[in-house]
Design a protein around this ligand. Structure first.
Ligand code: FDP
Length: 345
């Protein structure tokens, strides 16, 4: 029997292992006229750091890298050892590649100016999201946003390069370290997901052109904070229960978002008494996921406006976040608005 390796094969002997992330990125470079390949290289750098962090998270139980690091980050949250390790890995990947001029990280108080005058891109990153789940072997993630700098190449970095609204993102993505490890990203031409094949050490295209269901039955919210919610949120969640929707809350934003993106659902983190502006960070959590959500046909808002339209005024700014299937987000917003009107009459 003669098998043509380039043709679909019935025997299974020449089955294709699929499209690698590297090849996909290279192929997609043509979406950008006059692209010089730097964004492509930056995405590859992020993927490499993700592979290393994936290795570290997989052996966390064995390598004495679980548990607290003994310091708090700028948000006052206790840093875990793996938070610190992931931060180091991504910082290295982003600074060594040469494409980036500045980085904003959840784990760093201030902007990291790489003094790289030829770096076109600014990256905002949460190196390891969902840290409270690290020690109990539950899915965690990395979230990143990429912006083109506003000031001319060669000049020093300015705050206008950093404080850009999410609508200016040129690419965004997340890595989910879960039952399998996935990298999902967009450059504004749809959303594609890649699954890590450990034996080959490569990400392969597994979820091409992800489309979020218009509606769904899953709602994800920390119900322990119900007493702190505003009326509209309570009413919306009551409606979800009345409709016998399904409650699912992992407490790792990437994992909750990813499930809802594929299956249809909504993730809500509203303002609470302790966190009057919500808990999640605009620059390196909400913006990236909002860009991905919109590219997949879903929606993201802070209850008043589209997440991607918010112009940040501080690095570690927090925002309420309602993100997921379009009809569910619209319905949540209806309840929020209705309760505001009834509060004013
Ligand atoms: P964590 O504090 O564990 O890092 O971004 C912060 C985040 O996790 C999200 O990943 C998660 O969805 C949320 O906070 C969980 O917050 P609560 O524990 O308040 O529900």
């Amino acid at each position: 029997m003669k098998i043509n390796p380039y043709q679909p094969d019935q025997s299974g002997m020449a089955y294709s292992v699929g499209t690698t992330l590297d090849r996909f990125i290279k192929f997609k470079q043509s979406d950008f006229p006059f692209a010089s390949g730097e964004l492509s290289q930056l995405l590859r750098d992020i993927a490499l750091a993700a592979k290393i962090v994936n290795r570290e998270t997989n052996r966390a139980g064995l390598a004495n890298i679980g548990g607290a690091f003994g310091q708090t980050n700028v948000q006052g949250e206790e840093q875990q050892k793996l938070d610190v390790i992931a931060n180091i890995r991504f910082m290295r990947a982003l600074s060594k590649g040469g494409e980036v001029c500045a980085i904003v990280s959840e784990e760093e108080d201030a902007v990291i100016d790489l003094k790289n005058k030829s770096g076109k891109y600014v990256v905002a990153i949460d190196p390891l999201d969902g840290s409270s789940n690290i020690d109990v072997n539950i899915s965690i993630g990395t979230i990143f946003s990429i912006y083109r700098r506003k000031t001319p190449l060669g000049s020093p970095i300015q705050m206008e390069d950093i404080m850009q609204p999410g609508s200016e993102q040129v690419a965004a993505g997340y890595v989910l370290y879960g039952s399998s490890t996935m990298l999902v990203y967009t450059t504004g031409f749809g959303v594609n997901g890649f699954t890590y094949e450990t034996s080959l050490g490569e990400f392969f295209l597994s979820h091409p052109q992800i489309k979020a269901p218009k509606s769904g039955k899953i709602y994800s919210i920390n119900e322990g904070l119900e007493l702190d919610w505003q009326e509209g949120i309570k009413n919306y969640i009551d409606e979800c229960k009345a409709k016998r929707y399904v409650a699912r809350y992992i407490g790792s934003l990437v994992a909750d978002f990813h499930r809802n993106l594929l299956k249809g659902g909504i993730y809500l983190y509203p303002a609470t008494k302790n966190n009057p502006n919500g808990k999640l960070r605009l620059l390196y959590e909400a913006n990236a996921l909002a860009f991905i959500a919109e590219q997949a046909g879903a929606k993201a808002t802070d209850g008043k406006s589209r997440i991607l339209d918010i112009v940040p005024d501080s690095l570690h700014q927090r925002t309420p976040l309602f993100i997921g299937s379009e009809e569910m987000v619209d319905q949540a917003i209806k309840h929020i608005e209705k309760s505001k009107i009834s509060a004013t009459v």
